[in-house]
Design a protein around this ligand. Structure first.
Ligand SMILES: [Zn+2]
Length: 266
């Protein structure tokens, strides 16, 4: 089971792993906390955007071979223009949710599915979106309640990413709002990562999953991460997106596994 904050997060972080596991015959379930109705898009924030984004999520999930998609139905907390928690947010914003209640809702699905593995985010929530931090908290607790053995924190190895983005910046013009420096303290450094999953075989599905989230790849005037990533030249895209990274906290740092279900010690 893969637990994400908003539709499109699965495309960016775990799509290759999901497609790989589905191709291997695993039942892959995707759960999002919110419909992403306050995402940055040409459409105004609100219910209609949420509906559009859920439709995009179903399309993406189908492309990746998911057997089931669920939305916990919390409100998208949004992001303040400076990053961090937005002052104005819906009453049921995920960030304000009772962690225990949300964890119980997620644990119920874990138990129903008898899930062997739950993927969440690292404690920093990747680049720090408050809903992503909440995914970590809720997901960790849900795994405890349900007794799910393997908890993987989806992350990005920021070391090669920062290097590549700086290099790419020399011949490729990023939009002005795209600041490479924000990546320097986001996600995880190489030495904390325990899983290096080669998903090169599934680049096509991953790209298709990203393209399914059309509302996030068009318009908007702020963080256009997805649009930027979709415009990455193909060879570079393969290089950046050929690996997906995870941290499993119950394994010693320095562990290097290549598959989510790898045992340690081998
Ligand atoms: Zn998100």
């Amino acid at each position: 089971m893969f637990f994400h904050a908003h539709p499109d997060d699965e495309a960016l972080l775990t799509a290759g792993t999901m497609a790989m596991l589905a191709a291997e015959g695993h039942r892959v379930v995707l759960v999002v906390a919110t419909a992403g109705e306050r995402g940055l898009a040409e459409m105004a924030p609100g219910d209609a955007l949420g509906e559009t984004r859920l439709k995009e999520l179903y399309e993406s999930a189908a492309l990746l071979g998911c057997a089931r998609v669920e939305c916990l139905g919390y409100g998208d907390s949004g992001l303040s223009p400076k990053g961090g928690v937005a002052d104005e947010r819906p009453d049921n914003a995920f960030i304000d949710a009772d962690t225990e209640a949300a964890a119980k809702a997620l644990a119920a699905i874990l138990q129903e599915e008898q899930a062997d593995l739950l993927a969440i985010y690292d404690p920093a929530g990747g680049y720090g979106h408050p809903d992503h931090v909440q995914v970590h908290r809720v997901g960790k607790r849900a795994a405890k309640i349900a007794g799910t053995e393997i908890v993987l924190e989806a992350t990005v190895n920021r070391d090669p990413l920062v290097r590549l983005l700086k290099l790419a910046g020399r011949f490729y013009r990023f939009p002005p709002e795209f600041d490479v420096r924000t990546f320097e303290s986001a996600y995880s450094s190489s030495e904390t990562i325990t899983h290096w999953v080669n998903v090169r075989k599934y680049t096509k599905q991953k790209r298709a999953s990203m393209a399914a989230h059309a509302s996030q790849a068009s318009g908007g005037d702020s963080d256009r991460t997805l649009a930027v990533m979709l415009k990455v030249p193909r060879p570079l895209y393969r290089f950046v997106f050929g690996t997906e990274w995870y941290v499993r906290r119950d394994l010693p740092p320095g562990t290097r596994l290549t598959h989510p279900f790898d045992r340690w010690p081998k």
